[in-house]
Design a protein around this ligand. Structure first.
Ligand code: UD1
Ligand code: CA
Length: 456
């Protein structure tokens, strides 16, 4: 942790043209959460005194997503240097570290950020660097800015943007991640000297390094890991960030005591919460808001979102749990079952081919194959309450609002439109009629009809 106070400026005003999207770039999700919120969640874990997020005009959706953080608008998107100027104004009179983060670099860790702040404190007995830049060696340096080091001392002398670099400079593997930490008292003077005389006609924040060196201040590099520092400019890079994030989540799940039978086919949300002795089969997807207790088994091809599964639950294969699903202890949900906004209480079973929505299923109730809660009348949603220990026969339609009392039995193929009292047996299907031995007479008649048609 740094001895100085720290303010953070997060740049998020860019148009993200390369995303070809109406959504501000930093609102695109990784692991179900906008990139900008990944950064803010990491910032919440370090010691920050002030945070300002630089947004573009007409980005209400972004301002809402980052609330209650302070935002400030960069009206003329004239480059990262201009954006930081806008951020600095919003910080007012601040002394200490100014940490600049790019909203499109979502996976940076708190350890790396703390390392940057510590580097700004410098070595004992030496003058601390006025600027610290987080560098890395990407597999493909491509469009990243290149870090130019002093050959003797290894100090950072300049950052050259790829668009302005010479072929020799493009050979440099050490690149700018975009994360920079400045001495707050020097930053305004560096910014005031930026020019937009470059390939992109923009005010580059990265030019601050050259300016600092010209003014006799030292700059240094902290080296980070590509996994954390990927910058997302296009949907291809968004997909790469997602792959990195999913691998991180899979590792975290396994280290936390879950078995993943085929890890690369399981997709997590940033907030998926998993207990111990959990088994997750191949091809399972977790949307936002899923919590699994201990000893849960999620079988293949299941899709879960906004669902809480208590200890001992089994779901799938091919189960779909939608928001508002709570499965009590030892509940069993089988194949081709969809559940939403429903509490299924301890030990209940919904084993095959059902839709259960806006309902309560009591303890130890058994819901037969093909049961449907008819919760929607075309205008409004209605509730179904199935009592403890009730038995719902296969292919039953429960037309909500309706209450099935505890211990009641509903015969297969029923359409239930009125409440059923506890321990009653109800069926609504038509009576079965029998034609004793009539099958043979039927076949003889039909064969004759067919023969006649052939001859005619
Ligand atoms: C930037 C760096 C480059 C570095 C790379 C790391 C500069 C000039 N270049 O390039 O050295 O290797 O990031 O990923 O800084 N933004 C604003 N206002 C603007 C322009 C940009 O807020 O006027 C924001 C964007 O929303 C984005 C961030 O700043 O979150 C970076 O901008 P971007 O255009 O993506 O910079 P890169 O070309 O990736
Ligand atoms: Ca970028």
């Amino acid at each position: 942790m740094s001895k100085k106070k720290t303010a953070v400026i997060v740049l998020a005003a860019g148009m993200g043209t390369r995303m070809k999207s109406d959504l501000p770039k930093v609102m695109h999700p990784v692991g179900g959460r906008p990139m900008i919120n990944h950064l803010l969640a990491t910032l919440a874990k370090i010691d920050v005194d002030k945070t300002v997020i630089v947004v573009g005009p007409d980005m209400e959706i972004l301002e809402t997503a980052v609330a209650p953080h302070t935002t400030t608008v960069q009206y003329d998107r004239a480059g990262t240097g201009d954006a930081v100027k806008v951020g600095v104004q919003a910080l007012g009179d601040f002394k200490g570290n100014v940490l600049v983060l790019y909203g499109d670099t979502p996976l940076i860790s708190e350890q790396t950020l703390n390392g940057m702040l510590e580097a700004r404190d410098g070595q004992p007995g030496k003058i601390p660097p006025s600027v610290v830049v987080l560098g890395f060696f990407p597999m493909e340096p491509g469009a990243y800015g290149r870090l130019i080091l002093d050959e003797e001392e290894g100090d950072l002398m300049a950052i050259v943007e790829a668009a302005d670099a010479t072929p020799e400079q493009l050979e440099i593997g050490l690149c700018n991640s975009g994360v920079m930490c400045f001495d707050a008292s020097l930053l305004p003077q560096f910014l005031s000297r930026l020019s937009n005389d470059n390939a992109n006609g923009e005010y580059y924040l990265t030019d601050c390094v050259r300016i600092a060196c010209e003014d006799g201040f030292s700059c240094s590099v902290v080296e980070g890991d590509e996994e954390e520092l990927i910058g997302v400019n296009s949907r291809v890079e968004l997909a790469q960030a997602e792959v990195i994030f999913q691998d991180f989540m899979r590792d975290k799940a396994m280290k936390g005591g879950a078995t993943l039978l085929d890890p690369s086919t399981v997709y997590f949300s940033h907030d998926t919460c998993i207990g111990r002795e959990v088994i997750i089969e191949p091809n399972v997807q977790f949307g936002v808001g899923v919590t699994l207790g201990h000893n849960v088994r999620v079988k293949g091809f299941s899709h879960l979102e906004g669902a809480t599964l208590k200890n001992g639950v089994t779901v799938g294969p091919f189960a779909r749990l939608r928001p508002g699903t709570v499965l009590g202890e030892d509940v069993k949900v089988g194949n081709f079952v969809e559940i939403k906004n429903t509490a299924v209480e301890q030990g209940a079973k919904i084993s095959h081919l059902s839709y259960i929505g806006d309902a309560r299923v009591g303890r130890e109730a058994n819901i037969g194959a093909g049961t449907i809660t008819c919760n929607y009348d075309g205008y409004l949603k209605h509730h179904t309450n199935i009592g403890d220990g009730a038995f719902i026969g296969s292919n039953t339609a429960l037309v909500a609002p309706v209450v099935i009392g505890a211990g009641a039995i509903v015969g297969a193929g029923s359409t239930i439109t009125a409440d059923v009292d506890s321990n009653d047996i109800v069926t609504t299907r038509a009576e079965q009629k029998t034609g004793k031995g009539a099958a043979e007479a039927y076949r003889t008649r039909k064969r004759a009809e067919k023969e006649k048609l052939k001859k005619g």
